[in-house]
Design a protein. Structure first.
Length: 98
């Protein structure tokens, strides 16, 4: 009877160890995949941020203006901008910035 209890306990320990190892492998795989996805997204974010900062800097915008538009663009005061909306055949003009 004692041998049977020892044998069953060893079998139980082997099975529980196997199940634990398999579950931890799955968890580690999910963690690895999540880290890889995060790394890819972080690289993409850094590239987009660099692109945004580089292309939309005032110096670059002025350079693009002189290169592509020459004197077609004019500076205006943002407070003078107006918004025109058409609703039910009625034209409504209001300030763009309050």
């Amino acid at each position: 009877m004692r041998k049977l209890i020892i044998f069953l306990s060893i079998i139980f320990l082997l099975i529980s160890t196997t199940l634990t190892k398999n579950s931890t492998k799955e968890i580690e795989k999910k963690i690895y995949d999540a880290k890889e996805n995060l790394r890819v997204l972080k690289n993409r974010y850094e590239m987009v941020l660099l692109d945004y900062n580089y292309l939309s800097s005032p110096k670059k915008l002025m350079e693009y203006q002189f290169r592509y538009f020459e004197k077609e663009l004019n500076k205006i005061d943002i407070k003078k901008l107006k918004k025109i909306t058409l609703k039910d055949d009625e034209i409504k003009v209001e300030k763009f910035v309050n």
